[in-house]
Design a protein around this ligand. Sequence first.
Ligand SMILES: Cc1cc2nc3c(=O)[nH]c(=O)nc-3n(C[C@H](O)[C@H](O)[C@H](O)COP(=O)(O)OP(=O)(O)OC[C@H]3O[C@@H](n4cnc5c(N)ncnc54)[C@H](O)[C@@H]3O)c2cc1C
Length: 500
Amino acid sequence: MSVEVFDVAIIGYGPAGATLANLLGQLGLSTLVLEREANIYPLPRAIHFDGEVMRVFETAGLRHEVETISRPGLKGMYFNNAVGETLLIRAGTSERGPHGCATNHYFHQPELEAVLREGVRRYPHVKVRTRHEVTAIEDGNQAVTLHVTDLPLAQSYTVKARYVVGCDGARSLVRKVMGTSMRDLGLHQPWLVFDVRLKTEVPGLPDHTVQHCDPARPMTYCNVTGNRRRWEIMLMPGDDPEQLVQPETLWALVGKWVTPEQADIERAVIYTFHSVIAQGWRKGRLLLAGDAAHQTPPFLGQGMCAAIRDVSNLAWKLHAVLAGHTHHTLLDTYESERSPHVQAFIELAVKLGDIIQTTDPQAARERDARFKAGSPEIFQFPAPRLGSGVWQGEQVPVAQVFPQPLLANGRLLDTALGLNFAVIGDETLLSTVSVDTRQRWQTLGVVTLPALDPEIQAWLQHHSVRAVMLRPDRYIMGMAQTGHDLDELSDLLPTAVLAH
Ligand SMILES: Cc1cc2nc3c(=O)[nH]c(=O)nc-3n(C[C@H](O)[C@H](O)[C@H](O)COP(=O)(O)OP(=O)(O)OC[C@H]3O[C@@H](n4cnc5c(N)ncnc54)[C@H](O)[C@@H]3O)c2cc1C
């Protein structure tokens, strides 16, 4: 029997694998998804994603569906001390922040994964096999061979793919096969995660996330969606993990906010939060994404967000290489761009962890004084630049994500761009590029958008440039003052290898 060959095989159908499957489906690549489990992991894990991540879902054509199962969080996250004074606030935004939506969104992870999986059904060239476990991987010159077990039939078979993406979680087999080690960023701490469903209105429960930075027992409270509420509770010296997950202990821990008469337990599990980054995200035809490549403590709600940014960065690069537009070394820019970006988020989460996890009362008093308890500093999510890769120019915001303005026709920018490169700028400037550049834009389907919309004109003016070039993941590839600048920038486009 002949062995099936796919452009891409994705191992693991969590949020990273399911989002990548949607993007590759949209890009027309033949894709196989292999997942060991029969169903979506049913218990709550991630509850927050940010505005940039909503844009990826929007690009995948799923914004409306994601909005139906999530809620915008307008207030942000409050860090309060033991007596309830606020030390620090991670800002929220109004409905339309810089990404054309709220900055924070709250959701129940199994419901989001169901939306993503439903989205994949739009693409007949994306095959999904659940209860199929990958047991061995052999990288080769032309393709990767995967050894797979069909678990219900207890039968093994092989399948080939030109590239394999390990979206296979923290204990990744792909990472092991690649021989990739993890760099430790220093935080490893057990926390109890306690999810409840309210049976009734509970007066006094905040509608936003609160980090209770109480040295006697650090805790996080989260309003998730609907009647779901979560407490994350730090383990203290002397805690007995088995005792901690008993209902009477759980209710005693959250007794000042909620009682068993007011809520049902959904689950209580102890997780150890880690802060690690893989060193080597690509080896030959094997790549890593999501928790397989990095893990962060959840103090910023960014683990899954980083996974979604990974696959948004990787999808168009895989397409460019597989379509023969460029050399496979483009895939090396995946790690060089993403690794420092995710590191900035993890380092901030670790720093916030140090603030939250202070258990020495004297140190907590000093912390409160340092943060001027009661007159809180407000901070935003970081917007790190990508590490070196497919972009050019020293000037910030090059290599940062472009905002999503509202166009004069009432549509948001991303709906006009699709999964394409784009040039947005002064109409006369766009007409001065060379014939070679114009041809390159045409070959690659680069969207050219004259800057007629007031929000775009204001952005260009603010940065004193006449045009901006965007990648399909909406990161800024470069900015231009002249047609010649645009010609130079266009050398970075993946058509470059073929064109020269
Ligand atoms: C308590 C908690 C709170 C969190 N809160 C947030 C938050 O608010 N915001 C946020 O952004 N993130 C949060 N996270 C992190 C988020 O849940 C993870 O980052 C995310 O689930 C990672 O997705 P993934 O697709 O990379 O991996 P996973 O979701 O782990 O998926 C990996 C999949 O691979 C499959 N698999 C593994 N090996 C094989 C194999 N050999 N063959 C076939 N299939 C295989 C597994 O069965 C699994 O389905 C939180 C995590 C926890 C634990």
